[in-house]
Write a protein that binds this ligand. Structure first.
Ligand code: ZN
Length: 318
C-alpha cells in the first residue's frame, strides 16, 4: 500500500509547521488495519483506537522527558513541579536501548512497527550512536520516523541513513483558512508574528499579544528609559522577551533597508518611523548581540540585570 517505504524517514523544517503531526498521521496510517484507498488511517479500527489512546503495542514515541505529559495531571504529587523542571531535555541512551526488545521481537499485530523520535536533535551523542546500530541493521517491518527542527545537529551518519523530507511553510492564505477551521482567532498579524508557521500561530496565547503590544508601544516612545522597559519586563520570561526583541529588531533592519516588516506587520508605521533614525550597522550589531543572549536567556543568573543590559543596549542604538 505504501509501496516500498524506506525504513527510516527524516522530516525536517522549522518549528510550528506541522512536522510532528505529519509523522503521527503517517505512523497511524502505517498501523491502521482498515486503511482507505489513499492509505489514510480509518480512525475506527482497534489499531487506530489504540493509537489515539497512546497505547498501540507496535508504536513507540521517543522524546525527551521534559516533553512527556505529566503522569497524573489531576493530582500532581508533592514536588511534581520541581521534578518537571529538572526533567531532561535530551533523549537519553537508556531510552534508545529500551527499544531493543521492541525492535527484536515481532510485531503484536502482524503489521509494521513504528518508532517516532522527536525532536531527533535532542538525542545526545551516545543515544545517536545507539540508534545508528538499529538504522544500519534494520529489523524487517520496522519504520523509524525522525522529526527534526535542526537536522544539521544530527550525527551525519544518522542523517545519511534516513530518507530526508524537507517540509516548507504553507502559503499564508491556506494557513489562515486552516486556523479558522480550527476555531482559532489568529489574524494575519498573528500568523506573520509566528513567522507564518500555523501551529505556532495557533499556540500563541491571546494575553501574550496584549503584553507584547504594550511593550512595543514603549519601545517606540523616545521618552521611555531603558530602566522603564526593564521594569515592564520584570515578570516576563527572559527567553520570551528576547524572542520578541529579535523579531522587533529584524523588522527595524528590514525597514531601515527599505524592505517590509516580516513579523510585526501591524506595527509597520511605528517601526518605519523608528528605523529612520536608527543606523543600520548598529541595528545589526544589536541583533547579533540578541542572538547570543538567546543562548543564556533560559537561565539568566539575574533576570533584572539581564533586562537592564538588554534595554540599555537597545536605547544606545541611534
Ligand atoms: Zn484504522
Amino acid at each position: 500500500m505504501h509501496g516500498r517505504l524506506p525504513h527510516a524517514l527524516l522530516f525536517h523544517g522549522r518549528p510550528g509547521i506541522g512536522k510532528l503531526h505529519l509523522a503521527q498521521v503517517l505512523a497511524q496510517s502505517l498501523l491502521c488495519e482498515h486503511k482507505s484507498k489513499q492509505s489514510l488511517a480509518c480512525g475506527a479500527c482497534p489499531a487506530c483506537i489504540w493509537f489515539a489512546a497512546g497505547n498501540h503495542p507496535d508504536f513507540r514515541l521517543v522524546q525527551p522527558e521534559a516533553l512527556a505529559p505529566a503522569q497524573d495531571e489531576a493530582e500532581p504529587a508533592e514536588g511534581a513541579e520541581e521534578t518537571r523542571k529538572k526533567a531532561s531535555k535530551q533523549i537519553k541512551i537508556d531510552q534508545i536501548r529500551a527499544l531493543s526488545d521492541f525492535l527484536n521481537l515481532g510485531a503484536h499485530r502482524n503489521g509494521y512497527r513504528v518508532v517516532l523520535i522527536y525532536p531527533a536533535e535532542s538525542m545526545n551523542p551516545g543515544s545517536a550512536n545507539a540508534l545508528l546500530k538499529s538504522l544500519e541493521e534494520p529489523s524487517a517491518g520496522v519504520v523509524f520516523l525522525l522529526v527534526s527542527h535542526q537536522p544539521s545537529r544530527l550525527l551525519a551518519t544518522v542523517r545519511s541513513r534516513c530518507h530526508a523530507l524537507a517540509l516548507t511553510l504553507p502559503p499564508r492564505e491556506l494557513s489562515l483558512r486552516w486556523l479558522q477551521q480550527q476555531g482559532s482567532k489568529a489574524t494575519p498579524a498573528t500568523l506573520a508574528f509566528a513567522g507564518d508557521a500555523p501551529l505556532e500561530a495557533a499556540a500563541l496565547p491571546d494575553e501574550e499579544a496584549d503584553t507584547r503590544r504594550r511593550l512595543f508601544d514603549l519601545l517606540s516612545q523616545a521618552n521611555t528609559s531603558a530602566l522603564g522597559l526593564a521594569d515592564f519586563c520584570q515578570r516576563l520570561q527572559p527567553g520570551l522577551v528576547v524572542d520578541w526583541m529579535l523579531k522587533w529588531t529584524y523588522d527595524l533592519i528590514a525597514l531601515a533597508s527599505k524592505s517590509r516588516a516580516r513579523y510585526n506587520i501591524d506595527q509597520e508605521k511605528k517601526l518605519d518611523l523608528l528605523a529612520q533614525r536608527m543606523p543600520l550597522l548598529q541595528l545589526l550589531r544589536f541583533y547579533s548581540a540578541l542572538s547570543s543572549l538567546r543562548a543564556i536567556s533560559e537561565h539568566p543568573l539575574n533576570a533584572r540585570l539581564f533586562f537592564d543590559d538588554l534595554f540599555i543596549s537597545y536605547k544606545e542604538i541611534g
